[in-house]
Design a protein around this ligand. Structure first.
Ligand code: PMP
Length: 420
């Protein structure tokens, strides 16, 4: 029933054998140790499989050194691995090569990089930037603040009742004054899969750039920058079995090349005098200072891990679990599910139970060992529009099972009874 052997995948994640419960004051132990963990908070962060943990340990045990500037052997080994990790990421999303892949701290930093290095320099009061109403704060707040500083107008494509984008409104928003269209590919709040290609075509018809927030899409389905029509694409390793502290910005080479730097300092320069500085080639021009070396190398290992499963299989697994969760939650008439039904959903379900605050629900589920997220999921304006302060969100990844969703549903049922 699964597209791959989920049990053998689970075996690669020691953390999934954990129990939770009691007073969680000892990180990693959980003194209660009562209930098996059911981890359904993957849209926030995923777990790290043994091969990725080993990659990090191998680096620190075997060839830890600073990159680029050393001639000694360890530095050469670290440099090769770190640089080749860019090639691996490039190949993964269909970029031309490492010139088009800048390692950042995360998706958020990738958004800020473009907003500061491009937006702050290029935008003015005559321009507009078009976002969607379902943007994550990482793009919404960033472009909003760049708008305030440059005078550029920030427009929002409306979200319809059913959680999809109003594409007629998109066509109205995007005009000849549009300089950038930034859209989330898969919404972390509604699960909506947005028609990014259509938005990109609209944007390119008006000579605007397209930035795709791939934080939830790149980990969960095959993504190719040419198919999307993306000029920029951002994503985080920690949402796809990689470590925290590393993410990537894809940018089309000619655009990145024409952009000035983001941060200044060591590693991003070619020649410095007291008066002037020339900058390094791509992508290093955008990677100032000592980078996250182990994390970058482990990012490539995480890609190996998910590609061994196969991105089509990852998508099929996400679809299977999300559809099952959607159907089972639909059985309750006092549960509201947000976002579109059917084939326009990614692998998560946001919902509320009548009369139960999402935080209370999450806390009760925690007693059952079930980890979900409750809150606004960094989409406060969208939640204002939905008329709720918070939603509960269950999100799935390659190691989750249908039985875990049964546990989720049983726990929700108990919570309903408790509050009835
Ligand atoms: N965009 C989306 C759609 C996300 O789900 C997230 C993470 N919740 C981000 C951006 C930000 O990712 P990060 O925290 O890794 O920068």
């Amino acid at each position: 029933r699964y597209p791959f052997d989920v049990e053998s995948i689970r075996a690669e994640f020691p953390i999934l054998k954990r129990h939770v419960g009691g007073d969680a004051t000892t990180p990693g132990e959980g003194p209660g140790d009562e209930t098996p963990l059911v981890y359904l908070d993957n849209a926030a962060t995923t777990h790290t499989p043994e091969p990725v943990v080993e990659t990090i340990a191998d680096y620190y045990r075997g060839y830890n050194a600073n990159v680029h500037r050393g001639i000694h052997q360890l530095s050469q080994e670290a440099s090769v691995a770190y640089e080749e990790a860019h090639d691996r990421v490039a190949e993964f999303v269909g970029a031309e090569g490492r010139e088009e892949i800048v390692f950042t701290k995360n998706t958020t930093e990738a958004e800020n990089l473009v907003a500061y290095a491009w937006g702050l320099r290029e935008l003015g009061p005559e321009d507009n930037v078009v976002l969607t109403e379902m943007e994550h704060h990482s793009s919404l707040v960033t472009w909003q603040q760049i708008g305030k500083r440059t005078g550029a107008e920030v427009r929002f494509i409306a979200v319809e009742e059913d959680g999809t984008l109003d594409m007629d409104h998109a066509a109205e928003c995007i005009d000849d004054a549009t300089a950038m269209v930034s859209a989330v590919h898969v919404s972390n709040a509604l699960a909506t899969i947005n028609p990014v290609r259509e938005l990109a075509d609209l944007a390119h018809d008006h000579d605007a750039y397209v930035f795709v927030d791939g934080a939830q899409s790149v980990p969960t389905r095959p993504v190719d920058v040419d198919d999307l029509g993306a000029d920029f694409l951002a994503f985080s390793a920690h949402k796809m079995c990689g470590p925290t502290g590393i993410g990537a910005l894809y940018g089309r080479e000619e655009i990145l090349d024409a952009m000035g730097p983001f941060n200044y300092g060591g590693d991003m320069i070619r020649r410095v005098s007291y008066e002037e500085t020339t900058f390094e080639d791509l992508p290093w021009k955008f990677e100032a200072g000592t980078p996250s070396i182990a994390q970058g190398i482990a990012f490539a290992a995480a890609i190996d891990f998910v590609e061994d499963i196969g991105m089509e299989n990852v998508r099929a697994h996400e679809d299977l679990l999300a559809a099952y969760a959607y159907d089972r939650l639909s059985e309750f008439d006092d549960v509201t599910i947000y976002g579109p039904p059917g084939d326009r959903r990614g692998g998560l379900v946001s919902f509320n139970v009548d009369g139960v605050h999402a935080h209370d629900l999450s806390s009760i589920l925690n007693d059952f060992g079930v980890a979900i997220r409750a809150g606004d999921h960094c989409t406060q304006p969208l939640h204002d529009k939905l008329g709720v302060s918070s939603t509960a969100r269950a999100s799935f990844y390659v190691y989750n099972t249908l039985e875990e969703i049964d546990t989720l549903v049983e726990a929700i049922d108990e919570a309903r009874e408790l509050f009835a």
